[in-house]
Design a protein around this ligand. Structure first.
Ligand code: LR7
Ligand code: MN
Length: 584
C-alpha cells in the first residue's frame, strides 16, 4: 500500500523559513541530552514516510471526497453563522424548557447548538499575516494524520459539527480518517444512528468502548486503530479554524519529538460564539499547574516572548490542557502512550506533560493553528466516586514523575495524601519501568529547566505558639463560605499546615485559596480567600504578615496573639511569649 520511500527530510525544509535556524540551536540542548531517543525517532519517522508521486497520502483521493469537502453554502444571516453568537430573544415556554434541559445535560447551550448549521463556516481567516504567509502546499512531505475524538453522551450537533469542521478545513491528502470513539454512551441516537450517519462520510468511523472506562482507554482504542502517521486528538465539542492542521503537522515533520497543541479559542457555552483570532491582541497563554495538580493558564514569560521572532514560532509550554493535540504515532508509542489505569477523566494531561519534557520531548503551542473548544463551568459527566477517581489519577502521576516533590503535592492535597497512605492508587511499577527505559530526567530538572517560574513552597508547617505550646487551628473551611471567623490555638498540633509565601502571605493548606487575614480595626483574625492572584501584583495589607515577629504587616503595630485559646491581634510587645510563633 505504501509507495517506494523517498526520504522525508529534504521535502520538509521547503516550508521552513530562516527562523527555524534559531530553533535548532535552541533545541540542541534536548537533542544532546537524548541522542538515542532523537535518532531512533528520526529513523521511525522516515520508515513511515509514504510520500509517493502518484498517490495522495490519505486513503481517499480529493475527487472522491469532493462532495463532502466542499465549503457549504451558508445563510450568512442565520443565527450563529460565521462563528457569530446565537441569540434568540423571545422564547416560548417550550423553548425555554428545552434550553434548560439542554444546559442540564451538557453544561452548554445545546438548544443553540442544535439550531446552528452543522456546517457553519467561521468566516474570514483572521490569523496573523505571518501565519497566512506560510506556504505548506509547496511541501509534499507533511505526514498524514488520523483524528481521534472520544466522547461520552456528547450532543449530536456538537459532535457532528466537530467532524464537519475537520472535513471542511483539513487538506484531503493529509487526513487519513476520523475515528469517533464512543466511551459507552447511553444516549440512544449515539448508540443506534451514528454508525449509519457517518458511513456517508467515508473516512469517518465509529469505534466503541463497551464498558465506560473514561477518556484515556478510549483514546488508546482510537490510537491502536489509527492508520495515519500522526495522531491528532480533539474533544467532542470543537470547531477547527482555517488552516489549523498544517502548522501542527509541519512542526512534527520538523521535530518528531514535539507534542503540539493549537491555540485554543473559546466557543461560548451560552451562545456558541467562536472567538476568532485577533492578531493585534498579542497576549499568549501557556499551561501551568499548581501543587494540588490542577492545570491552569498563565501569560508567557518575557524571555519566551523575546525568543519568538515571529508568529510562526512554537511556544514552549510547561504543561498542556491535554485534549487537543497532535503527536507522531510512533513517538506516542515510544513514549509509553498513556497510563491506561487512569480512569474516566483527569490527570492524563499533566502526566503526559511531565513525561514528554522529562523524557526528552518538547511540548509546544503553535499559535498559527487555532481550534475552538466549548469551555464549560463544570463537567456534565457522572461517574462513581468522581472526586476520588480524579485524585487517584493524580496520585499515580505524582508517584511516577514527581520524585520528592510529591510531598509538596500531598501537603497541598490532603485527599491525595490519604490515597497515598492507604496505598489505594494501584500498581505503578510498569510506569516506573517506562521511566527507566526511556532514561528520563527527574522532576527537579524539569522545574529548573522547563518551569523555572514555578513557585515551590519552602516555608511551611504547623504554626506553633512558643509560649503556650499550642498550634494555630482554623476550623473547617467550607469552600462556599468565604470567611471563617474562628481561629483557635489548640494543643493537639494536628494536621493544620500553613505555607508562607514569598509575598508574605500565610496560606492555609490544603486549600491554598485561603489566607490569614486581619480585619482593620478589629482584634479578630480570620481566614479569607487569598486576594493575590494573576490580576494584582501584591497582596492587600490585610494579608501581609511579617514572619520573624508574626507582626501583621510592617505598617501596623499589631501582632498575632493567643488569648484565652483564641487567636487575635494585639499590640506587639517583643517580650510576650504569647506572641512568639514558629513555623515547623
Ligand atoms: O468519562 C469520560 N469519557 C469521555 O469520553 C469523560 C469524558 N470523555 C470525553 C468527553 O466527551 C470529551 O470529549 O473526554 C473529553 C474531555 O472531557 P470534557 O470535555 O468533559 O472535559 P474538559 O474539556 O474539561 O477536558 C479537559 O481535561 C481533561 C482531563 O482529563 C482532558 O485532558 C480533556 O482532553 C481536556 N480538554 C481540553 O484540553 C480541551 C481544551 C480545553 C481546556 C483546558
Ligand atoms: Mn472539553
Amino acid at each position: 500500500t505504501h509507495s517506494p520511500l523517498r526520504p522525508l527530510f529534504p521535502g520538509i525544509f521547503c516550508f521552513l523559513f530562516l527562523p527555524y535556524i534559531f530553533f535548532h540551536s535552541y533545541y540542541n540542548f534536548n537533542d544532546r541530552a537524548f541522542p538515542l531517543t532523537s535518532q531512533r525517532l528520526m529513523a521511525n519517522m522516515s520508515l513511515l514516510d509514504r510520500s509517493g508521486t502518484d498517490c495522495p497520502s490519505g486513503f481517499y483521493t480529493k475527487e472522491e471526497l469532493k462532495p463532502h469537502l466542499q465549503r457549504p453554502l451558508q445563510d450568512s444571516m442565520a443565527q450563529g453563522a460565521n462563528g457569530k453568537a446565537f441569540v434568540l430573544q423571545l422564547m416560548n415556554p417550550e423553548e425555554q424548557d428545552e434550553k434548560l434541559r439542554g444546559f442540564d445535560k451538557n453544561q452548554f447551550n445545546q438548544f443553540a447548538s442544535d439550531r446552528i448549521s452543522l456546517h457553519r463556516d467561521l468566516g474570514k481567516d483572521t490569523r496573523h499575516t505571518d501565519c497566512l504567509e506560510q506556504k505548506f502546499w509547496r511541501c509534499p512531505g507533511l505526514p498524514t494524520t488520523s483524528v481521534i475524538i472520544v466522547f461520552h453522551n456528547e450532543a449530536w450537533s456538537t459532535l457532528l459539527r466537530t467532524v464537519y469542521s475537520i472535513l471542511h478545513t483539513a487538506p484531503a491528502a493529509l487526513l487519513t480518517e476520523i475515528l469517533l470513539v464512543d466511551d459507552a454512551s447511553t444516549d440512544d441516537c449515539l448508540k443506534t444512528r451514528l454508525d449509519e450517519y457517518v458511513e456517508q462520510l467515508k473516512i469517518v468511523r465509529v469505534l466503541r468502548q463497551r464498558e465506560r472506562k473514561g477518556l484515556v482507554t478510549a483514546r488508546l482504542l482510537g490510537a491502536q486503530a489509527a492508520q495515519g502517521e500522526v495522531l491528532t486528538f480533539l474533544d467532542s465539542h470543537c470547531e477547527c479554524f482555517n488552516g489549523w492542521l498544517e502548522p501542527l503537522l509541519a512542526r512534527i515533520a520538523e521535530q518528531p519529538t514535539a507534542v503540539v497543541s493549537p491555540k485554543i479559542a473559546s466557543i461560548d457555552r451560552d451562545n456558541l460564539k467562536f472567538s476568532k483570532p485577533r492578531p493585534e491582541m498579542h497576549h499568549y497563554m501557556r499551561g501551568n499547574f499548581d501543587w494540588r495538580l490542577t492545570f491552569g493558564w498563565e501569560p508567557i514569560p518575557e524571555a519566551e516572548k523575546i525568543r519568538r521572532k515571529n508568529e510562526t514560532y512554537p511556544i514552549r509550554t510547561p504543561t498542556f490542557a491535554g485534549g487537543i493535540f497532535s503527536v507522531s504515532k510512533s513517538y506516542f508509542e515510544h513514549m509509553g502512550t498513556y497510563d491506561d489505569q487512569m480512569e474516566f477523566w483527569g490527570g492524563e494531561n499533566l502526566e503526559m506533560s511531565f513525561r514528554v519534557w522529562q523524557c526528552g520531548g518538547q511540548l509546544e503551542i503553535i499559535p498559527c493553528s487555532v481550534v475552538g473548544h466549548i469551555f464549560r463551568r463544570q463537567s456534565p459527566h457522572k461517574f462513581p466516586n468522581s472526586s476520588s477517581i480524579i485524585i487517584r489519577n493524580l496520585v499515580r502521576l505524582a508517584e511516577v514523575w514527581l520524585d520528592e516533590y510529591k510531598w509538596v503535592f500531598y501537603r497541598a492535597n490532603r485527599m491525595a495524601a490519604l490515597v497515598y497512605k492507604e496505598n489505594s492508587f494501584g500498581d505503578v511499577t510498569e510506569r516506573h519501568k517506562l521511566r527507566e527505559r526511556l532514561k528520563c530526567r527527574d522532576f527537579s530538572w524539569y522545574l529548573k529547566n522547563i518551569y523555572p517560574e514555578a513557585y515551590v513552597p519552602d516555608i511551611y508547617g504547623r504554626l506553633e505558639n512558643i509560649g503556650l505550646k499550642c498550634c494555630l487551628d482554623v476550623e473547617k473551611t467550607k469552600k462556599q463560605q468565604k470567611s471563617v471567623q474562628k481561629i483557635n490555638c489548640n494543643n493537639t498540633c494536628g494536621t493544620q499546615y500553613f505555607e508562607y509565601t514569598p509575598q508574605h502571605e500565610v496560606w492555609l493548606n490544603p486549600d491554598n485559596e485561603m489566607c490569614l487575614h486581619a480585619n482593620p480595626g478589629k482584634s479578630l483574625v480570620s481566614v479569607e480567600l487569598c486576594q493575590l492572584n494573576g490580576k494584582v501584583s501584591a497582596p492587600p495589607p490585610e494579608q501581609v504578615w511579617i514572619f520573624t515577629q508574626v507582626q501583621h504587616n510592617p505598617s501596623s503595630d499589631k501582632c498575632l496573639t493567643v488569648a484565652r485559646g483564641q487567636v487575635i491581634l494585639t499590640k506587639c510587645t517583643s517580650t510576650r511569649l504569647s506572641q512568639s510563633w514558629i513555623l515547623i
